[in-house]
Design a protein around this ligand. Structure first.
Ligand code: ASP
Length: 441
């Protein structure tokens, strides 16, 4: 792969203290193609530690409700002071914190306050590496209502970054036309990284974190699961959606639109190749028909029966309208000859169940409504498995061999892309069974 132009984003644990900054410098020095660096704010250094972003949120909330915030703000200042002292740097921290303290005192603004974690980290990192600092308030463009203006961002970022040799960009925020700061959702520095990679059409977007990529199964369920070397954007989206979250989904979406490969890497183990995410897997990179398995508990399955649902009477469309009007999302919907099956998050359904059934009865006059409330949903993906492959059958076989009831199956066409509903109390068994099949056991 051509790697002339790389955007490297470092997450919260990668910038948590001075030692981590040093690791980043080594990583940058070992790859001069890493010209554009995006940083989060310092995250947890140890279990129980507090992220700088969370401290800043606390500062804002205290200031906004007229409570004293100086102590918490000082904790933030100390986090940065430890970093600059640890790196033997002279940096005007006192001045920065005087400005922030005054803003909090006079007119506290949430997004401005919260964004200062990334702002300061990027400024310190830029100085430490000898790179140019880029404030995303100049080039990540938001509308007044807080929506990103993706088009303008792409153009402005491209114009701001390309003339620079090397730069550090603060993640997580931007500004509107009035200069007012807006932040993305939590974890949004991934989005900044992806926007930068798209804007300059980078050859690679590296996302540096504290694990060496994605695993083939959830390590909380399977002991020491195998790491996945290659995965497609589609697989990543499916597995992340079902719980294996490492990267913000919006970041994956924009990188996949521009077909920019994403490499998830570990700042603490830079010698490991991590997971490479591309549109199509390069030939021969994996022998596994199953790439990964993930899932979620807490689902319900709703079955609505009516003779000849599928005869073009518009029954399914009316049913979906009911869900749309109620703003009630579902995981998936399967239409059969005489029935519709919907899988829905149990907590969402619980709050409106009786009402919803009433409406369905009134508007659609179904023959039967059935509800099962003990479901978990499992996603199995495999780019290597083709239409003619028997991987899907084998996966299901493994489950039935272990006496695991298969409540629902949703199988996409083409590559292996299965969503399987199994009883919640057999969730772990099902994940093990599918993982063992992956590993050839
Ligand atoms: N610092 C922000 C957060 O904790 C953004 C990020 O890390 O991506 O969510």
């Amino acid at each position: 792969m051509d790697k002339n132009l790389v955007v490297a984003k470092f997450g919260g644990t990668s910038v948590a203290d001075a030692g981590q900054f040093r690791k980043i410098r080594k990583i940058i020095q070992s790859g001069p193609e890493r010209r554009f660096i995006v940083v989060s704010a310092p995250g947890k250094r140890f279990p129980g530690d507090i992220k700088v972003t969370d401290l800043l949120i606390e500062c804002y909330e205290k200031a906004a409700s007229g409570e004293p915030f100086a102590e918490v703000l000082d904790q933030v200042r100390m986090r940065f002071k430890d970093i600059t002292d640890g790196l033997d740097m002279i940096f005007p921290l006192e001045e920065e914190f005087r400005i922030l303290g005054e803003a909090l005192e006079k007119a506290p603004e949430r997004d401005y306050t919260v964004s200062r974690g990334e702002y300061l980290t990027a400024r310190i990192m830029a100085e430490y590496l000898g790179f140019t600092f880029v404030d995303p308030a100049w080039c990540v463009c938001f509308e007044e209502d807080g929506q990103l203006n993706a088009d303008m961002t792409r153009r402005t970022m491209r114009a701001s970054l390309l003339p620079l040799q090397r730069a550090v960009i603060a993640g997580f925020y931007g500004a509107d036309m009035e200069g007012r700061i807006h932040t993305f959702e939590r974890g949004g520095s991934d989005i900044t990284g992806s926007l930068a990679a798209c804007a300059i059409r980078a050859d690679l977007y590296e996302n540096w974190t504290d694990v060496s990529g994605l695993y083939a199964a959830d390590p909380r369920v399977v002991r020491d699961p195998a790491p996945v070397a290659y995965m497609s954007y589609r697989e990543l989206r499916t597995l992340s959606y079902m719980g294996a979250s490492l990267l913000h989904s919006d970041a994956v979406l924009s990188a996949s639109e521009m077909e920019i490969p994403i490499n998830i890497r570990n700042t603490n183990r830079p010698e490991e190749a991590g997971t490479m995410i591309t549109r199509h897997l390069p030939h021969g990179v994996t022998k596994h028909k199953v790439t990964g398995v993930s899932g979620r508990k807490g689902m319900s399955v709703l079955q609505i029966e009516k003779v000849m649902v599928s005869d073009g009477s518009g029954f399914s469309a009316l049913m979906l309208d009911i869900f749309k009007e109620r703003n009630l999302p579902f995981e998936y919907c399967l239409t059969g000859i005489d029935s519709i099956t919907l899988v829905i998050r149990r907590d969402l359904l619980d709050s409106c169940k009786d009402d919803l059934f009433e409406e369905i009865r009134e508007k659609l006059h179904p023959d039967f409504i059935g509800l099962r409330e003990d479901l978990s949903l499992i996603a199995v993906t495999g780019e290597k498995a083709t239409e003619s492959s028997d991987a899907n059958v084998r996966v299901l076989e493994r489950l039935t061999e272990r006496g695991i009831e298969i409540v629902t199956i949703n199988q996409g066409a083409g590559k292996l892309n299965l969503l399987i509903g199994v009883p919640e109390d057999r969730y772990e068994d099902a994940i093990h069974a599918i993982y063992e099949y992956r590993q050839g056991g």
